[in-house]
Design a protein around this ligand. Structure first.
Ligand code: AMP
Ligand code: ZN
Length: 496
């Protein structure tokens, strides 16, 4: 019996049964990357988590519209510089070149992790008109004011008119915020320290600028997600996600802007992923406690002794629930590599098995079916991938026992085995998004490349010496090993 999908809603701080607004359909919005530097492993953790959520919703039969934006304007550094302009300055490129470069890099990385592309990937700079319209609506409703070409959201006016709802998501109280921001810096043009900019006047040297009713400027970072989620998913939609570092101020301000513009709050369920740590500490560039995805794949880092294949890293990620902190360590990666290899071996063994015939499952067949249903039920419980994995490994033990003869295939019907294989395959490859590729990492690939270089050099030497017997022998041996050698103008190349 399929169970109901329950999920932890950060807005109500409890687990709830998921009911989409329109039966059979789900609108999902996830905050995407700010494309001014390479995507880091922490970002990947969040996007892989939402990839699994997206995949699972589809596996449940929902038609999902998954919107994940690209932030290419308005996200400022602590010093107040636009991240895109900063990236452009450092790389001596046009801001749009920077955005393209790192969007491409991000997409490549998502493919490497086998994360599906979203249904719509809107860019903030492509939605300036929608953002200006939203600022106008918020001003008209009395929740924003203009000062000297910039527009600020009036948190107090909003709070007074909306039952003090500012802070409902993050749990921050306005008094605390006021005290904090008073200590931090002068409030400048703002009427109150808790107000935030929704439109910013562009200084003369600011490159990213657009004309607006308030003069040349650019949108505040939080505004893009309000404008784009409303445009593509409607004033009310189902799920909004992001890392939990975005809860405040980004998501809190999104809700305020949505309600401020049209009296609708946007998402009904908010899902937040937890942060990636390394060796128990926050991953941080300044402490040297960081590793890029590329370094992890090649092993070119002091933090790992070898490279890990992307699917091993994905498998490792599945072993932590999305709401818990994930701790990357050599030990955990080694365990993931072993576990993933064991899983692939069991999957291979399963392909060679045949049931006893007939439709009636015996005891073992029934246990396999029940174990698989239990794994799916764990996914229904707030996408609990580590528990689903534990159930899958109970099944791996049974598959190995069937292979070793400790359990009998006589107890599994042909139909039962077929449907078990289908169901497990769907869970592993479609829902969890794993791929049946070897668990070898970049280091092993590098070693293979080097060995092939040596072999092809030897073959080249044999040809130069007109030792055809040796050169043919090498070629035949490689063919037998599944390696094809092609001779071209530039020398020989090989492929698997
Ligand atoms: P950004 O490009 O900084 O806007 O971040 C893109 C996404 O990655 C957001 O949802 C962040 O919450 C998330 N994120 C950033 N750092 C981490 C981390 N260390 N662990 C997990 N998610 C993160
Ligand atoms: Zn956002």
């Amino acid at each position: 019996m399929p169970t109901d999908l329950t999920l932890y809603n950060s807005l109500t701080r409890k687990k709830e049964v998921f009911h989409p607004l329109v039966p059979g359909h789900v609108g999902l919005y996830v905050c995407g990357p700010t494309v001014y530097n390479p995507v880091h492993l922490g970002n990947c953790r969040t996007f892989v988590s939402f990839d699994i959520i997206y995949r699972y919703l589809m596996a449940k039969g929902y038609k999902v519209r998954y919107v994940r934006n690209i932030t290419d304007v308005g996200h400022l550094t602590d010093d107040g510089e636009d991240r895109m302009s900063k990236g452009a300055r450092l790389e001596q490129l046009e801001p749009m070149e920077v955005a393209q470069k790192f969007s491409n890099q991000f997409h490549d990385m998502m493919r490497t992790f086998n994360a599906l592309p979203p249904s719509i990937e809107p860019r903030a700079t492509g939605h300036i008109i929608e953002q200006i319209d939203m600022v106008r609506e918020i001003i008209e409703n009395g929740y924003a004011y203009e000062v000297n070409g910039s527009v600020y959201f009036d948190v107090e006016a909003y709070n007074n008119a909306n039952e003090e709802r500012y802070g409902e998501l993050s749990g921050r109280r306005i008094e605390e915020l006021m005290a904090e921001s008073r200590e931090l810096k002068s409030q400048g043009e703002k009427r109150s320290p808790s107000d935030f900019a929704i439109w910013m006047k562009a200084s003369d040297d600011h490159i990213l600028r657009w004309d607006s009713p308030w003069g040349a400027g650019f949108p505040g970072w939080h505004l893009e997600c309000s404008a784009m989620s409303t445009k593509y998913l409607g004033r009310d939609f189902d799920i909004h996600g992001g890392g939990n570092d975005l809860k405040f101020p980004h998501h809190e301000n999104e809700i305020a802007q949505n309600v401020g513009a049209c009296h609708h709050a946007g998402a009904r369920y908010w899902l937040h992923t937890n942060m990636l740590l390394m060796n128990g500490k926050k991953m941080s560039k300044s402490d040297g406690n960081t590793i890029t995805p590329e370094e992890l794949f090649t092993g070119d880092s002091e933090h790992v002794s070898e490279g890990y294949a992307p699917m091993v890293v994905r498998f490792f990620m599945l072993q932590t629930h999305y709401r818990s902190t994930m701790d990357l360590s050599e030990e955990a990666l080694q365990a993931a590599k072993k576990g993933y290899t064991r899983l692939l071996e069991a999957w291979d063994s399963l392909q060679d098995m045949e049931g006893a015939g007939g439709a009636q499952n015996g005891t073992v067949g029934k246990e396999l079916a029940a174990g698989l249903a239990a794994a799916y039920a764990e996914m229904d419980d707030d996408f609990n991938t580590p528990k689903a994995m534990a159930r899958i490994f109970e099944l791996v033990t049974r598959i190995n026992a069937l292979k070793g003869g400790q359990l009998s295939l006589e107890e599994v019907s042909a139909e039962g085995l077929e449907s078990f294989r289908d169901g497990l395959g769907t869970l592993l490859w479609n829902v969890l998004g794993l791929k049946a590729e070897a668990a070898t990492g970049g280091a092993e690939q590098e070693a293979l490349d080097r060995v092939m270089e040596i072999v092809l050099e030897l073959r080249q030497q044999a040809r130069a010496d007109k030792d055809w017997a040796l050169s043919d022998k090498l070629r035949d041996a490689l063919t037998e090993a599944g390696i094809t050698v092609k001779d071209g103008k530039e020398g020989a190349t090989w492929s698997l």
